[in-house]
Ligand binder design. Structure first.
Ligand SMILES: [Zn+2]
Length: 288
């Protein structure tokens, strides 16, 4: 039964294609090839970007600033590839196709480009940014943390003083032998650790981020319930967003506290602060 049905469908499709102008079909094929090439080129660019940036970090002797500046340059090139898809359709593909069809019959062709730009390229850049900044930051951290193991001696009695491995700013340390209060001043790299921990925490929460993005997408693809329609499906999707967002922020703040234990006590509070807009939206949209 099913086989019969699908054969029939295929035949119908064939018939439809036969009435299409072959010149038009050539344009469609050309447009498809272009999109495929752009996607391949984009994916290759991501791989190259990763290699180049990690090399940059090592070559600059772990000066993180030029690496981040280079990343911002690469990011705008990647974004430009997404925009190129749109302008190519508007300026080249559409005018040619319009020789055969009305604009409203070409919406499917336009949608292919929009999908590549908004459904593939831009979300991949967002995710890549987390991976990239996270990995650069992790490598920077591994390098910088060594300097905390360097000798630090008491100014009064010269005894070796142990420095805590989780305070990356200047702080007082009392000498165990003579009780003199010494000031530990970290070098630049150690003080920078505070600013990159955020990136490492985001990378560690990448699985939770993926789940949150998925729930966001599922929700935004839904059509809001009409007046009088059962809205249980809508609320369920909203709750999934809430659950995955909360899981993401909890994981993020927990990971941050691994490096900055001073924040360990505020994980729940910080998560609540991040979720506040979410509950405001729920009240506004769903009234509870
Ligand atoms: Zn001392």
């Amino acid at each position: 039964m099913f086989g019969l049905f699908s054969n029939k469908k295929k035949e119908n499709k064939k018939e439809q294609e036969q009435v299409e102008n072959p010149e038009f079909l050539k344009l469609v094929a050309k447009w498809d090839v272009f999109l495929e090439k752009m996607e391949t080129r984009f994916n290759e660019s991501l791989v190259n970007a990763k290699e180049a940036l990690l090399e940059n970090l090592e070559e600059s002797n772990y000066d993180i600033n030029p690496t981040m500046t280079a990343w911002h340059g690469i990011k705008s090139q990647l974004m430009a590839m997404g925009n190129k898809v749109d302008t190519t359709f508007d300026e080249k593909v559409l005018p040619q196709m319009k020789a055969y069809k009305e604009h409203y019959d070409l919406l499917d062709e336009a949608a292919k480009g929009r999908h590549l730009r908004e459904g593939v390229i831009f979300p991949k850049i967002d995710r890549f940014e987390i991976e990239m900044e996270g990995e650069v930051s992790q490598r920077f951290y591994n390098h910088a943390i060594q300097f905390l193991n360097e000798n630090f001696n008491c100014t009064q009695c010269s005894a070796k003083i142990e420095v805590r491995k989780d305070i990356f700013r200047a702080h007082y340390v009392t000498c165990d032998y003579c009780n003199t209060v010494n000031t530990f001043t970290p070098n630049d790299k150690i003080s920078q650790i505070r600013w990159i921990v955020d990136n490492i925490a985001k990378l560690k929460a990448l699985n939770e981020w993926d789940a949150m993005q998925k729930a966001e997408k599922e929700f935004s693809d839904l059509r809001p319930p009409r007046e009088g329609q059962d809205n249980a499906f809508y609320i369920a999707a909203f709750e999934k967003r809430e659950k995955t967002s909360r899981a993401y922020w909890t994981k993020y703040f927990t990971e941050r506290a691994v490096y900055l234990p001073e924040y360990a006590e505020t994980i729940e509070h910080d998560t609540d602060v991040k979720m506040k807009w979410f509950y405001e939206e729920r009240k506004r949209e769903l009234g509870f």
